[in-house]
Write a protein that binds this ligand. Structure first.
Ligand code: BEZ
Length: 327
Protein backbone atom coordinates (compact mmCIF):
# COMPACT_ATOMS: atom_id res chain seq x y z
CA UNK A 1 0.00 0.00 0.00
CA UNK A 2 1.47 3.39 -0.91
CA UNK A 3 1.86 6.13 1.74
CA UNK A 4 -1.08 8.17 0.51
CA UNK A 5 -3.43 5.20 0.69
CA UNK A 6 -2.20 4.32 4.20
CA UNK A 7 -2.70 7.89 5.35
CA UNK A 8 -6.19 8.08 3.83
CA UNK A 9 -7.14 4.81 5.53
CA UNK A 10 -5.79 6.04 8.88
CA UNK A 11 -7.75 9.30 8.64
CA UNK A 12 -10.93 7.42 7.67
CA UNK A 13 -10.51 4.98 10.57
CA UNK A 14 -9.92 7.83 13.02
CA UNK A 15 -13.02 9.63 11.75
CA UNK A 16 -15.05 6.44 12.19
CA UNK A 17 -13.86 6.03 15.79
CA UNK A 18 -14.63 9.67 16.60
CA UNK A 19 -18.07 9.37 14.96
CA UNK A 20 -18.96 6.19 16.83
CA UNK A 21 -17.69 7.60 20.14
CA UNK A 22 -19.62 10.83 19.70
CA UNK A 23 -22.70 8.86 18.63
CA UNK A 24 -22.60 7.07 21.99
CA UNK A 25 -21.68 10.10 24.09
CA UNK A 26 -24.61 11.29 26.17
CA UNK A 27 -25.42 14.13 28.50
CA UNK A 28 -28.05 12.54 30.68
CA UNK A 29 -30.54 14.60 32.69
CA UNK A 30 -31.32 13.36 36.21
CA UNK A 31 -34.22 14.90 38.14
CA UNK A 32 -35.13 14.71 41.81
CA UNK A 33 -37.22 16.67 44.27
CA UNK A 34 -34.82 17.13 47.17
CA UNK A 35 -32.89 20.41 47.67
CA UNK A 36 -29.18 20.55 46.68
CA UNK A 37 -27.96 20.08 50.28
CA UNK A 38 -29.98 16.85 50.79
CA UNK A 39 -28.07 13.54 50.77
CA UNK A 40 -30.04 12.30 47.72
CA UNK A 41 -28.93 15.34 45.72
CA UNK A 42 -25.33 15.07 46.93
CA UNK A 43 -25.15 11.40 45.93
CA UNK A 44 -26.78 12.21 42.58
CA UNK A 45 -23.94 14.69 41.97
CA UNK A 46 -21.37 12.13 43.10
CA UNK A 47 -22.91 9.57 40.71
CA UNK A 48 -22.65 12.15 37.88
CA UNK A 49 -18.97 12.78 38.66
CA UNK A 50 -18.13 9.06 38.82
CA UNK A 51 -19.99 8.23 35.62
CA UNK A 52 -18.12 11.01 33.81
CA UNK A 53 -14.78 9.76 35.11
CA UNK A 54 -15.44 6.05 34.59
CA UNK A 55 -16.68 6.60 31.03
CA UNK A 56 -13.44 8.57 30.43
CA UNK A 57 -15.40 11.71 29.75
CA UNK A 58 -17.79 10.12 27.25
CA UNK A 59 -20.90 10.51 29.38
CA UNK A 60 -22.02 13.33 31.62
CA UNK A 61 -25.04 13.75 33.86
CA UNK A 62 -26.67 17.07 34.71
CA UNK A 63 -28.53 16.89 38.01
CA UNK A 64 -31.72 18.93 38.46
CA UNK A 65 -32.63 19.03 42.19
CA UNK A 66 -35.53 20.68 44.04
CA UNK A 67 -38.24 19.79 41.56
CA UNK A 68 -36.63 21.94 38.82
CA UNK A 69 -38.02 19.51 36.24
CA UNK A 70 -41.41 19.24 37.91
CA UNK A 71 -42.84 17.14 40.71
CA UNK A 72 -42.38 13.36 40.77
CA UNK A 73 -45.62 12.59 38.94
CA UNK A 74 -44.54 14.94 36.14
CA UNK A 75 -41.04 13.46 36.06
CA UNK A 76 -42.41 9.92 35.76
CA UNK A 77 -44.53 11.00 32.79
CA UNK A 78 -41.41 12.43 31.12
CA UNK A 79 -39.34 9.36 31.93
CA UNK A 80 -41.98 7.14 30.36
CA UNK A 81 -41.79 9.18 27.15
CA UNK A 82 -37.98 9.13 27.15
CA UNK A 83 -37.91 12.93 27.57
CA UNK A 84 -36.13 12.65 30.91
CA UNK A 85 -33.28 10.13 31.25
CA UNK A 86 -32.92 9.41 34.96
CA UNK A 87 -34.38 10.21 38.37
CA UNK A 88 -34.12 9.42 42.06
CA UNK A 89 -37.77 8.87 43.01
CA UNK A 90 -39.57 8.14 46.24
CA UNK A 91 -40.91 4.59 46.12
CA UNK A 92 -44.10 6.36 47.20
CA UNK A 93 -44.43 7.79 43.67
CA UNK A 94 -43.60 4.43 42.09
CA UNK A 95 -46.35 2.82 44.19
CA UNK A 96 -48.86 5.13 42.47
CA UNK A 97 -47.98 3.33 39.21
CA UNK A 98 -47.26 -0.15 40.55
CA UNK A 99 -49.38 -0.95 43.61
CA UNK A 100 -47.04 -3.76 44.74
CA UNK A 101 -44.52 -1.11 45.86
CA UNK A 102 -47.09 0.00 48.43
CA UNK A 103 -45.97 -3.12 50.35
CA UNK A 104 -42.93 -1.20 51.65
CA UNK A 105 -45.31 1.09 53.54
CA UNK A 106 -47.03 -1.54 55.66
CA UNK A 107 -46.96 0.16 59.08
CA UNK A 108 -44.24 -1.34 61.30
CA UNK A 109 -43.02 -3.67 58.55
CA UNK A 110 -39.55 -3.00 59.97
CA UNK A 111 -38.40 -2.38 63.55
CA UNK A 112 -35.85 0.35 62.91
CA UNK A 113 -33.61 2.01 60.32
CA UNK A 114 -31.06 -0.84 60.20
CA UNK A 115 -33.83 -3.38 59.67
CA UNK A 116 -35.14 -1.15 56.83
CA UNK A 117 -31.65 -1.08 55.30
CA UNK A 118 -31.38 -4.89 55.43
CA UNK A 119 -34.77 -5.22 53.74
CA UNK A 120 -33.79 -2.79 50.97
CA UNK A 121 -30.58 -4.75 50.37
CA UNK A 122 -32.44 -8.10 50.17
CA UNK A 123 -33.08 -10.24 47.10
CA UNK A 124 -36.82 -9.86 47.67
CA UNK A 125 -36.56 -6.08 47.36
CA UNK A 126 -34.35 -6.47 44.27
CA UNK A 127 -36.97 -8.75 42.68
CA UNK A 128 -39.59 -6.02 43.04
CA UNK A 129 -37.49 -3.81 40.75
CA UNK A 130 -38.18 -6.31 37.97
CA UNK A 131 -41.80 -5.12 37.90
CA UNK A 132 -40.78 -1.62 36.88
CA UNK A 133 -40.11 -1.89 33.12
CA UNK A 134 -43.54 -3.33 32.36
CA UNK A 135 -45.39 -1.58 35.19
CA UNK A 136 -44.04 1.95 34.72
CA UNK A 137 -41.66 2.01 31.70
CA UNK A 138 -38.79 2.53 34.14
CA UNK A 139 -35.66 0.53 34.85
CA UNK A 140 -34.97 0.45 38.60
CA UNK A 141 -31.26 0.20 39.44
CA UNK A 142 -31.35 0.08 43.23
CA UNK A 143 -32.71 1.54 46.42
CA UNK A 144 -31.86 4.50 48.58
CA UNK A 145 -33.98 5.76 51.49
CA UNK A 146 -34.89 8.77 53.60
CA UNK A 147 -35.02 7.42 57.12
CA UNK A 148 -38.18 6.54 59.04
CA UNK A 149 -41.46 8.43 59.24
CA UNK A 150 -42.49 10.56 62.22
CA UNK A 151 -45.27 13.11 62.78
CA UNK A 152 -44.38 16.74 63.52
CA UNK A 153 -47.32 18.87 64.64
CA UNK A 154 -48.25 22.34 65.87
CA UNK A 155 -50.28 20.92 68.78
CA UNK A 156 -49.14 17.85 70.77
CA UNK A 157 -50.39 14.44 69.61
CA UNK A 158 -50.65 12.36 72.75
CA UNK A 159 -53.10 9.72 71.58
CA UNK A 160 -54.61 8.58 68.31
CA UNK A 161 -57.69 10.66 69.18
CA UNK A 162 -55.59 13.81 68.71
CA UNK A 163 -55.24 12.84 65.05
CA UNK A 164 -59.02 12.98 64.49
CA UNK A 165 -59.77 15.61 61.87
CA UNK A 166 -56.15 16.83 61.90
CA UNK A 167 -54.93 18.17 58.55
CA UNK A 168 -51.77 16.11 58.10
CA UNK A 169 -49.44 16.70 55.20
CA UNK A 170 -48.46 13.45 53.55
CA UNK A 171 -46.24 12.48 50.61
CA UNK A 172 -48.67 11.96 47.71
CA UNK A 173 -49.31 8.21 47.61
CA UNK A 174 -52.29 6.04 48.33
CA UNK A 175 -50.87 3.74 51.00
CA UNK A 176 -50.12 6.71 53.23
CA UNK A 177 -53.44 8.38 52.44
CA UNK A 178 -55.24 5.22 53.60
CA UNK A 179 -53.17 5.04 56.80
CA UNK A 180 -54.12 8.55 57.93
CA UNK A 181 -57.73 8.16 56.79
CA UNK A 182 -57.96 5.01 58.91
CA UNK A 183 -57.01 7.17 61.92
CA UNK A 184 -59.72 9.70 61.17
CA UNK A 185 -57.19 12.33 60.10
CA UNK A 186 -57.58 14.57 57.06
CA UNK A 187 -54.52 13.79 54.89
CA UNK A 188 -53.23 16.50 52.53
CA UNK A 189 -50.99 15.04 49.80
CA UNK A 190 -48.20 17.52 49.08
CA UNK A 191 -44.71 17.21 47.51
CA UNK A 192 -41.75 17.90 49.82
CA UNK A 193 -40.76 21.31 48.34
CA UNK A 194 -44.23 22.72 49.14
CA UNK A 195 -44.35 21.66 52.78
CA UNK A 196 -42.52 24.58 54.40
CA UNK A 197 -44.86 27.16 52.87
CA UNK A 198 -47.97 25.16 53.77
CA UNK A 199 -46.85 24.72 57.38
CA UNK A 200 -45.87 28.39 57.67
CA UNK A 201 -49.27 29.44 56.28
CA UNK A 202 -51.00 27.03 58.70
CA UNK A 203 -52.64 25.20 55.80
CA UNK A 204 -51.78 21.99 57.63
CA UNK A 205 -51.69 21.13 61.35
CA UNK A 206 -49.06 18.40 61.13
CA UNK A 207 -46.64 16.78 58.70
CA UNK A 208 -45.60 13.19 58.11
CA UNK A 209 -41.81 13.53 57.84
CA UNK A 210 -38.34 12.12 58.62
CA UNK A 211 -35.75 13.43 61.13
CA UNK A 212 -33.34 14.56 58.42
CA UNK A 213 -35.87 16.68 56.51
CA UNK A 214 -37.21 18.16 59.76
CA UNK A 215 -33.72 19.41 60.59
CA UNK A 216 -32.35 20.32 57.16
CA UNK A 217 -35.52 22.08 55.99
CA UNK A 218 -36.19 23.71 59.38
CA UNK A 219 -39.72 22.35 59.91
CA UNK A 220 -39.12 22.30 63.69
CA UNK A 221 -39.08 26.12 63.59
CA UNK A 222 -42.75 26.05 62.57
CA UNK A 223 -44.08 23.13 64.62
CA UNK A 224 -42.49 21.98 67.84
CA UNK A 225 -44.28 18.75 68.80
CA UNK A 226 -42.90 15.48 67.54
CA UNK A 227 -44.47 12.05 67.63
CA UNK A 228 -41.49 9.72 67.33
CA UNK A 229 -43.28 6.75 65.84
CA UNK A 230 -40.94 5.30 63.21
CA UNK A 231 -44.18 3.99 61.71
CA UNK A 232 -42.99 3.45 58.14
CA UNK A 233 -39.78 3.08 56.22
CA UNK A 234 -39.28 5.49 53.31
CA UNK A 235 -37.42 3.97 50.38
CA UNK A 236 -36.17 5.73 47.28
CA UNK A 237 -35.33 4.17 43.93
CA UNK A 238 -32.84 5.21 41.25
CA UNK A 239 -34.35 4.84 37.77
CA UNK A 240 -33.53 5.19 34.08
CA UNK A 241 -36.19 5.72 31.43
CA UNK A 242 -36.92 2.40 29.72
CA UNK A 243 -36.80 4.12 26.33
CA UNK A 244 -33.37 5.56 27.08
CA UNK A 245 -32.17 2.22 28.45
CA UNK A 246 -33.15 0.46 25.20
CA UNK A 247 -30.74 2.66 23.24
CA UNK A 248 -27.74 1.98 25.48
CA UNK A 249 -25.26 -0.79 24.72
CA UNK A 250 -24.54 -3.47 27.32
CA UNK A 251 -21.24 -1.87 28.45
CA UNK A 252 -22.93 1.48 29.15
CA UNK A 253 -25.83 -0.21 30.94
CA UNK A 254 -23.42 -2.07 33.19
CA UNK A 255 -21.46 1.09 33.95
CA UNK A 256 -24.60 3.07 34.78
CA UNK A 257 -26.10 0.17 36.77
CA UNK A 258 -23.06 -0.36 39.00
CA UNK A 259 -22.23 3.33 39.44
CA UNK A 260 -25.77 4.35 40.32
CA UNK A 261 -26.29 1.34 42.63
CA UNK A 262 -23.11 2.26 44.51
CA UNK A 263 -24.34 5.80 45.20
CA UNK A 264 -27.85 4.69 46.10
CA UNK A 265 -26.36 2.35 48.67
CA UNK A 266 -24.32 5.25 50.08
CA UNK A 267 -27.64 7.03 50.65
CA UNK A 268 -28.89 4.03 52.65
CA UNK A 269 -25.67 3.93 54.70
CA UNK A 270 -25.80 7.70 55.23
CA UNK A 271 -29.32 7.55 56.66
CA UNK A 272 -28.35 4.62 58.91
CA UNK A 273 -25.44 6.66 60.23
CA UNK A 274 -27.42 9.88 60.74
CA UNK A 275 -30.53 8.44 62.41
CA UNK A 276 -29.47 8.30 66.07
CA UNK A 277 -27.57 11.62 66.00
CA UNK A 278 -30.47 13.42 64.33
CA UNK A 279 -32.93 12.04 66.87
CA UNK A 280 -30.62 13.27 69.67
CA UNK A 281 -30.27 16.67 67.99
CA UNK A 282 -34.05 17.08 67.76
CA UNK A 283 -34.47 16.09 71.41
CA UNK A 284 -31.86 18.69 72.39
CA UNK A 285 -33.73 21.42 70.50
CA UNK A 286 -36.39 21.29 73.19
CA UNK A 287 -39.09 19.89 70.89
CA UNK A 288 -41.98 18.35 72.86
CA UNK A 289 -41.66 14.61 72.26
CA UNK A 290 -44.23 11.80 72.48
CA UNK A 291 -43.14 8.27 71.64
CA UNK A 292 -45.40 5.85 69.81
CA UNK A 293 -45.42 2.21 68.77
CA UNK A 294 -47.89 0.13 66.75
CA UNK A 295 -50.34 -0.05 69.69
CA UNK A 296 -50.57 3.78 69.74
CA UNK A 297 -52.33 3.72 66.35
CA UNK A 298 -55.04 1.32 67.58
CA UNK A 299 -57.38 -0.09 64.90
CA UNK A 300 -55.84 1.98 62.09
CA UNK A 301 -53.10 -0.50 61.34
CA UNK A 302 -55.50 -3.46 61.15
CA UNK A 303 -57.78 -1.47 58.91
CA UNK A 304 -54.87 -0.59 56.61
CA UNK A 305 -53.80 -4.25 56.53
CA UNK A 306 -57.30 -5.43 55.61
CA UNK A 307 -57.48 -3.14 52.58
CA UNK A 308 -53.90 -3.43 51.39
CA UNK A 309 -53.27 -7.16 51.93
CA UNK A 310 -56.21 -7.89 49.64
CA UNK A 311 -54.93 -5.75 46.78
CA UNK A 312 -51.18 -6.27 47.25
CA UNK A 313 -50.08 -9.90 47.80
CA UNK A 314 -46.45 -8.65 47.84
CA UNK A 315 -47.07 -7.39 51.40
CA UNK A 316 -46.95 -11.00 52.60
CA UNK A 317 -43.76 -11.68 50.63
CA UNK A 318 -42.03 -8.58 52.00
CA UNK A 319 -43.26 -9.32 55.51
CA UNK A 320 -41.77 -12.83 55.38
CA UNK A 321 -38.46 -11.37 54.22
CA UNK A 322 -38.61 -8.73 56.98
CA UNK A 323 -39.26 -11.52 59.50
CA UNK A 324 -36.18 -13.44 58.30
CA UNK A 325 -34.09 -10.26 58.61
CA UNK A 326 -35.30 -9.44 62.13
CA UNK A 327 -32.43 -9.50 64.67
C1 BEZ B 1 -41.29 13.50 51.66
O1 BEZ B 1 -42.15 13.50 50.77
O2 BEZ B 1 -41.62 13.65 52.86
C2 BEZ B 1 -39.85 13.31 51.32
C3 BEZ B 1 -39.49 13.11 50.00
C4 BEZ B 1 -38.14 12.92 49.69
C5 BEZ B 1 -37.17 12.94 50.67
C6 BEZ B 1 -37.56 13.12 51.99
C7 BEZ B 1 -38.90 13.31 52.32
Amino acid sequence: MNRLKTLTLAVATAALVVTSLSAQARDFRLGLITPPEHLWSQQAEAFAADLHERSEGTHSVTVYPAQELGNEAQMVRELRLGELDMAFLTVAEVSNWIFDFGAFYAPYLVDDIDHAARLLRSETAAELLELMPVGADLVGLGYGMAGMRQVLSRQPIESVDDLQGLRVRITPFEANYDFYTAMGADPEPMPLPEVYGALAAEQVDAIDMDFDSILTLGFHELADNLLISNHMMFPMVGVVSRQVWRDLDEADRELIRTTMAEHLDKVVTGFQQMHADQEAEIRELGVNITEADAAFFGEAIEQWERTWSRQVPKIEVLREEAERLRE
